[in-house]
Design a protein around this ligand. Structure first.
Ligand SMILES: [Zn+2]
Length: 373
């Protein structure tokens, strides 16, 4: 794999400048919280920082790692013994994962100058795991650096948040998303089309850069824009239709979630991160799929909201659904559409918890239909 490097990061100019300055001045703190939308490259930035800190002969004039030392070589092989990523195992990050990590941190670095841990989705730390982590953050072992990642900084425990320096990341511009997709081999016109729908997230763009997924998105748009015009409970069985469409898309297999993209927040080289991602074989939608569906519905409804406020549909990302956008905008008012956007956000929050997803879907989609009727 290629070595993550701050100089290669697309976008996030201010954040990269800040971190570069700290790295060159040898003033990097022991714990950071990188907060921002998913898929904008926070994990790559985190690994670039840790790679530079671990590098045995860091160049004085750059915030990148040297690329040649034993630490850089280990990272390139994807087997760095001093750097690890922890991510939720199932719904949560479990205490066993934190214990295993803290056990390893007791020893000196093996090949690099420091030990580093990236904790992905740290808002999903189980309570006991959070307490165990807290102790380590309070009294960090020497030469150890933590970067915690979250899309929801407000749900991270105060005690953990207060021990980390916060760095906020914004979404990527559509131009940056398109540039990263092209760098990963996606054709330029496809990259542009998808980047307009990706809400600044490379992960989302990557998930969509496939004809099968675009067909799913059309189905999602059709559902979102017909809400209120069809009976309220008719949205419920759409879950199966979307599931069938998505499983057809997965069979056609374009880019898969495991592909390493520059700037992506993909999995890191660490066995404990669980590289063997389980993909549902059935037509059942996973929680992640449902989040994509909900996010896409919100993106479509945002366009409808703009049309309802008098914006010309032709310039919008979902312009190809112009007739349906105009239809929804003409039979509802902006307040109703905004309310459904809120309902979708509530549904997305429920997906993070232990809610029964089918029931949550049925409740949300029925309510949305009633709101727009
Ligand atoms: Zn090096």
């Amino acid at each position: 794999m290629s070595l993550p490097a701050l100089s290669m990061v697309v976008g996030h100019t201010l954040q990269v400048r800040l971190l570069s300055r700290l790295l060159r001045g040898d003033r990097v703190g022991h714990a950071y919280l990188f907060a921002g939308p998913s898929g904008v490259g926070r994990a790559t930035v985190a690994m670039a920082v840790l790679a530079r800190l671990a590098c045995v002969s860091p160049p004085a004039d750059s915030a990148d790692a040297c690329g040649n030392c034993r630490s850089c070589a280990a990272l390139r092989r994807g087997q760095h013994p001093d750097l690890a990523t922890i991510a939720p195992d199932g719904q949560n990050i479990k205490i066993e994962q934190i214990r295993e990590m803290t056990g390893r941190l007791r020893y000196d670095p093996v090949v690099g100058r420091i030990k580093g841990v990236v904790i992905a989705q740290c808002d999903r730390l189980h309570d006991t795991a959070a307490n165990a982590l807290l102790k380590t953050l309070e009294e960090p072992p020497t030469a150890t650096h933590f970067v915690l990642l979250t899309t929801q900084p407000e749900t991270v425990l105060d005690t953990i948040r207060s021990r980390c320096q916060l760095v906020r990341f914004g979404g990527l511009s559509p131009e940056h998303v398109a540039a990263l997709l092209v760098r990963a081999g996606v054709a330029a016109d496809g990259a542009r089309a998808v980047s307009a729908l990706a809400e600044g997230s490379l992960d989302q763009a990557r998930a969509l850069a496939d004809p099968g997924k675009l067909a799913l998105l059309d189905l999602v748009a059709e559902l979102a824009l017909s809400l209120g015009a069809i009976p309220a409970d008719e949205g419920v069985p759409w879950l199966d239709r979307l599931g069938r469409s998505l499983s057809a898309a997965k069979k056609s297999e374009g880019l898969t979630a495991g592909d390493a993209l520059p700037g992506s927040a993909g999995p890191m080289p660490d066995a404990s991160a669980g590289g063997d991602e389980k993909k549902p074989k059935s037509t059942e939608l996973s929680r992640d799929d449902l989040r994509l569906v909900a996010e896409s519905m919100r993106a479509v409804l945002r366009d409808a909201l703009l049309v309802a406020c008098g914006v010309d549909a032709d310039g919008l990302p979902h312009a190809r659904h112009k007739a349906a956008l105009l239809g929804l905008a003409s039979r509802t008012d902006p307040k109703q559409i905004a309310e459904v956007v809120e309902q979708l956000l509530g549904f997305e929050r429920a997906l993070v918890g232990n809610a029964n997803v089918k029931l949550a879907w049925a409740a949300m989609i029925t309510r949305a239909g009633q709101t727009l009727a």
